[in-house]
Design a protein around this ligand. Structure first.
Ligand SMILES: [Fe+2]
Ligand SMILES: [Fe+2]
Length: 477
């Protein structure tokens, strides 16, 4: 049986949904039991101290085009976290692998149960992790506009957790319920119970990291979700399709946030006779470059191994496709190879890999291309402000903690270097504790409507057609 979905959301039940939850009382009860645990986690680990402030948030009230973004001032704990799947318009098929073209699964096939559970839990774990990483940032927001964007991202990451927990509860029985509990027990950066993936245990202490995180790490999320939107397990495909609509805003926040800092930096450089940005409380380009290097490379790790039998199996069995699988002609990928440089005897040598084993690398390629597009745009804005600075993306081999390059050292150009060379240069290349201290020191909250901190330019326009001086968060009621 296919999961019933409609374009209308049932807003009357405790958990808003378009999956016919009221027709499945057992599942509904299980999720209603998880709800207070979720709220407890939100209160403990979600944004601190703003629970009683109305925030101009969008909430899904329908999954129709346009209808899912309904704006109103809402206190975050009252946000209606719900379960929404993109409705199925036609009979879905398996998009890739050995059975490409066969009908998609509406239930979990026994032979893929473990792999699917692992895929879903790994994705799910990133959602609450990022909320935990960002929980203190409200205290240093550069404007009410940015404060609102932070909270929008936070509540939607919470909803993404709901989306994944629904799948675990509905399709994975006891195991799924246990995993759903564990998702609320792990903590970002915790020594004993860390989040599953590296980037989601890194501190995000200030807004430069927040924007770099939403630019680079949420963008990994986009590509993972897009690959899962091609899944032969239809409920997963339709859940992730809807998540992608929300994810687009997170990427907008990151890309425009960094863009606005970059623009402001070029202006501050021009305004000082010595081009000194820091003596005006700004963020110099070298520091921005180190931040890009740091978060871009931690995000590259999230794609998994360059040569991966897991990736091959996921693709072969139709669990995870490529980015926009429909753009490819050959959905089996049984022939063909992918060339990539590997380290052998202290040298980089090209190696030929069967296409299926390179699926992680193929997805990473699409991601890098997307990041390069943003860099190009930022550099254009820098030039328009009269600065000659050019920001770059480091090589995909640089500063890696996962995959075939992790055991070696590379410079930002991707050349093999010695450990000594790495050690003596790393503070020039990636974000340092001193950088973080400086950034924390300049980030003072700017809560007056229409005002922006000195280290960031205002956005070109407000949200949802509102002016820039709109009260995006009501701090004084
Ligand atoms: Fe998310
Ligand atoms: Fe996100």
């Amino acid at each position: 049986m296919t999961t019933p979905t409609s374009t209308n959301v049932d807003l009357t039940s405790k958990i808003p949904n378009n999956v016919g939850l009221s027709d499945d009382p057992k599942l509904q009860r299980a999720l209603e039991r998880w709800l207070p645990n979720y709220l407890e986690w939100w209160n403990d680990m979600g944004p601190t101290d703003f629970a009683d402030k109305p925030v101009y948030l969008r909430t899904a009230i329908s999954v129709d085009r346009g209808g899912w973004a309904n704006y109103a001032h809402v206190k975050m704990p009252d946000y209606r976290w719900g379960i929404f799947l993109t409705p199925n318009e036609q009979e879905a098929t398996i998009k890739c692998g050995d059975d490409a073209g066969a009908p998609a699964w509406n239930d979990v096939p026994g032979e893929h149960r473990n792999a699917l559970r692992r895929i879903i839990v790994t994705q799910a774990d990133t959602e609450p992790a990022s909320v935990e990483q960002q929980r203190l940032l409200g205290h240093t927001a550069p404007s009410l506009y940015d404060l609102r964007n932070l909270f929008q991202v936070n509540v939607e990451e919470g909803r993404h957790l709901w989306a994944m927990v629904y799948l675990l509860h509905k399709y994975f029985g006891r195991d799924g319920r246990d995993e759903a509990e564990e998702l609320l027990n792990r903590r970002s950066g915790d020594e004993d119970k860390p989040r599953i993936l590296g980037a989601f245990n890194q501190p995000c202490d200030h807004w430069l990291s927040f924007f770099a995180f939403t630019m680079f790490t949420d963008r990994d999320g986009k590509y993972q979700l897009a690959a899962l939107a091609e899944s032969g397990f239809d409920p997963l495909a339709r859940t992730t399709q809807f998540m992608l609509t929300e994810e687009a805003h997170h990427l907008f926040v990151g890309e425009t946030g960094l863009g606005r800092i970059i623009k402001r930096t070029a202006q501050l450089e021009r305004e000082d006779p010595n081009g000194d940005v820091r003596n005006q409380g700004g963020i110099d380009f070298d520091l921005i470059q180190r931040t890009i290097n740091y978060w871009f490379t931690y995000s590259l790790d999230l794609f998994g191994g360059e040569i991966s039998s897991n990736a091959s199996n996921f693709f072969a069995s139709g669990l995870k496709g490529r980015f926009r699988e429909d753009r490819y002609e050959d959905h089996k990928a049984l022939t063909g190879t992918y060339n990539l440089p590997v380290v052998e005897k202290d040298k980089l040598l090209e190696k030929e890999v069967p296409l299926r084993n390179a699926m992680n690398e193929i997805l990473r390629d699409q991601y890098i291309k997307d990041c390069e597009r943003a860099l190009k745009r930022w550099n254009k804005h820098i030039a328009e402000e009269g600065s000659s600075t050019v920001l770059t993306l480091p090589s995909r081999r640089f500063h890696r903690h996962q995959g075939i390059y992790a055991d070696h050292h590379f410079n930002p150009d991707g050349e093999l270097i010695s450990e000594d060379e790495w050690e003596s240069n790393k503070s020039k290349w990636v974000l340092t504790p001193a950088d973080n201290d400086y950034l924390v020191s300049i980030m003072k909250p700017c809560y007056e409507p229409g005002k922006f901190a000195n280290w960031i330019a205002p956005p070109s326009k407000g949200l949802d057609g509102k002016e820039l001086d709109f009260e995006y968060v009501k701090l004084h009621d």
